[in-house]
Design a protein. Structure first.
Length: 187
């Protein structure tokens, strides 16, 4: 299917809304990305174990929900690279999540372009005031891509009054980042 002129785009990428019909190849790439153990590890999740037919049903069930918007990331040739989503969506804010499943395409600017495309959509089409995210402290590639797209780190308030706390260790520490519409300043 050819990309619609209304789909968000930036630089090398076009974002295909999950509300559009996906081809079998796109579904398969989408699904394989969430089954990959390394990507799941970076994403702080577990590799998907459900069959493809159930995965499709779960995704389609979420498409109609008002608190979530998802897009496939397509490259210059329309090839599916991964997904970018806005979740915990309210009239003023959302949380961003992104996965590029094609690992041989990491580090070539696709992630940054996809984040910029979805931020443009969030601020200029949806009129959000702020987009947030959280990523692992050791995920320097993701933080660099988010910084290039305009995100900044947010200081976490110091935890007081906790004499004993359970810690999963530095490999599992999340860092928050955010960007406001004023900081985006392109619409
Ligand atoms: C995170 C992700 C979306 C970024 O997409 P990408 O296309 O690889 O990112 P980009 O190429 O736009 O930017 C990556 C930047 O990080 C840099 N980088 C790569 N590895 C790095 C490292 N170990 N330390 C510091 N910077 C690093 C790259 O050089 C590049 O910066 P540059 O353009 O200044 O050279 C993608 O790598 C991915 O899907 N990773 C697995 C899932 C994941 O981590 N998702 C985020 C969960 S919050």
């Amino acid at each position: 299917m050819t990309a619609s002129s209304t789909w968000p785009r930036y630089g090398k990428v076009t974002l295909k809304p999950f509300t559009e019909p996906l081809s079998e190849t796109e579904w398969r790439r989408f699904y394989e990305c969430f089954r990959d153990p390394e990507i799941a590890e970076w994403n702080g999740s577990r590799p998907l174990r459900m069959p493809l037919w159930l995965f499709k049903r779960v995704v389609m069930g979420e498409v109609g929900r008002g608190d979530r918007l998802g897009f496939g990331i397509l490259d210059e040739r329309g090839e599916w690279l991964g997904t970018v989503e806005l979740y915990e969506l309210t009239p003023s804010e959302a949380t961003l999540g992104i996965l590029i499943g094609a690992k041989d395409r990491w580090g070539q600017g696709y992630g940054t372009d996809a984040v910029k495309a979805v931020l443009e959509y969030a601020f200029c089409k949806l009129g959000l005031k702020k987009v947030k995210l959280r990523t692992y402290r050791h995920n320097l590639r993701a933080q660099r891509a988010f910084e290039k797209a305009g995100f900044r780190h947010v200081e976490k308030p110091p935890q007081t009054g906790l004499r004993f706390s359970l810690s999963l260790g530095p490999r599992h520490e999340f860092v928050p980042m955010e960007i406001t519409r004023e900081e985006w300043a392109c619409c």
